[in-house]
Design a protein around this ligand. Structure first.
Ligand code: UD1
Length: 420
């Protein structure tokens, strides 16, 4: 198993190129199931989750050619409709194939994703919406078995909660349904917006893109022709490297980034004392001399993302004063706290709220990554810890960060990947 060894440095300096967004790539790859043609997708990140989804599609019979940052997916040869446990257990987002496979083939089986490190993460809203569209769904032997005896029919869906992959799944199912589907309380994340934009440009009319009410005009089973497109930049990867600049008080420039997607993150970093120079596709962080404490509540886009909570918690350990960080989306997303405490952080947890008292001197030790974003919080803390930090179980990190240690090394970090 790989681990990362890091040593503290005085500061970082330089430029980091941001990769394509993992969370945009996953639904966009699943979307190729709706296509009649081979689909070219550019600017894909090299992360394990993408390989997992491509493997899932290949197992179902699709042809996937992944070279550099580009993949060509041909689903015309896809015949199997069962996403098996061995793949789904490694990546919950495998559930994204349910909507498009069901819409195209009229039946689909997907292993039921279990709980995960950050909480229960049910998929009841995906299933309820598909049932409203006419699917018959049974849970048998750990599998979701779905079929559509009379096809999928457009209808009005009101999500009880905003769900990102739930919205993506239903948009894809609705794309081939008979009639119009209106989704109220839809997710507005940029990754959902891109899925809708690509489908819209491919002839599936979608009204209300970027709003909480989407109307998808179904093609009544007609597969779509999807033109080549490029995945949007990864706003969470970008936010993580901005935190690296802030925590080490270093000027770092990000390229291939979309500043518009980072509004809430930039606002919080500004409150903490940093300023920024932005162009259409670059952001340079100018860190303040001192880091100020902050109050953060995680919410759905465009508010502050839960996927940046762990990184800001690490940053708050270096702020002068008390920060309050409240996690509203996931029930158990504070696993990184105990590891940060082992490095010397002063954090008190009370239910969904972490109180971080700074500034604390952190010291390097052996720590364990527990989930994807928790891993990057440990890397950030390690950058400013005295001595050496070994971060174990970085397979979590590899699920979503493209070449993290190379990108950080490129701006002067002392970080290397080693084998246990
Ligand atoms: C996606 C992102 C993940 C991010 C999360 C929240 C991908 C691949 N993953 O995850 O990185 O942290 O959005 O921004 O894009 N819920 C239900 N029932 C459902 C579905 C969701 O109760 O059927 C709840 C969840 O438990 C959670 C909340 O709704 O509390 C939001 O979850 P959701 O938006 O669905 O997260 P994911 O799409 O799994």
């Amino acid at each position: 198993m790989d681990y990362l060894k890091t040593q503290s440095v005085d500061s970082l300096n330089g430029t980091i190129k941001i990769s394509g967004a993992k969370n945009a790539s996953l639904p966009l790859i699943a979307m190729t199931i709706l296509a009649r043609n081979s689909v070219n997708i550019k600017n894909l990140p090299h992360v394990a989750d993408i390989n997992t989804l491509l493997k899932l599609l290949s197992n179902l019979g699709a042809k996937c050619d992944f070279l550099d940052d580009r993949v060509v997916v041909d689903t015309s040869t896809l015949t199997e409709t069962k996403a098996t446990y061995d793949i789904v257990k490694t990546m919950r987002a495998s559930i994204l194939v349910l909507g498009p496979i069901l819409a195209r083939f009229g039946h689909c089986e997907v292993s039921l994703p279990g709980g995960c490190a950050i909480g229960q993460r049910p998929i009841d809203l995906h299933l309820k919406a598909l049932e409203q569209m006419g699917a018959v769904i049974e849970i048998k032997s750990g599998y979701i078995e779905a079929r559509t005896p009379n096809g999928l029919k457009g209808c009005d869906i009101i999500f009880d909660k905003i769900t990102v992959t739930g919205t993506a799944n239903i948009v894809m199912a609705a794309a081939l349904a008979n009639g119009n589907t209106t989704i109220t309380n839809a997710a507005r994340e940029p990754e959902v917006v891109q899925l809708c934009e690509v489908l819209n440009a491919s002839g599936v009319q979608i009204d209300g893109i970027g709003t909480a009410i989407l109307t998808v005009h179904g093609t009544n089973g007609k597969l779509v022709d999807i033109e080549e497109f490029s995945v949007i930049p990864d706003r969470i990867e970008a936010g993580t490297y901005l935190c690296a600049g802030a925590i080490t008080k270093s000027e770092i420039t990000l390229t291939n980034v979309e500043p518009k997607h980072l509004g809430a993150v930039l606002a919080k970093l500004e409150e903490m004392g940093s300023t920024f120079t932005t162009t259409q596709s670059t952001i340079t962080i100018h860190p303040g001399q001192n880091i100020k404490p902050v109050k953060i509540v995680t919410q759905e886009y465009p508010a502050f993302p839960t996927d940046m909570q762990a990184q800001f918690l690490a940053l708050a350990t270096q702020a002068d004063g008390v920060s309050i960080i409240e996690e509203r989306l996931f029930e158990n997303r504070f696993m990184h706290v105990s590891e940060l405490q082992r490095m010397g952080a002063d954090i008190t947890l009370n239910g969904h709220t972490a109180t971080v008292s700074g500034k604390t001197e952190l010291s390097g030790t052996d720590v364990m990554a527990t989930d994807l974003r928790a891993s990057s919080a440990l890397v950030l803390a390690a950058l400013v810890s005295s001595g050496e930090t070994n971060i174990h179980r970085i397979y979590h990190l590899d699920r979503g960060y493209d070449s993290l240690e190379k990108k950080l090394e490129g701006v002067g970090a002392k970080i290397e990947r080693l084998q246990e």
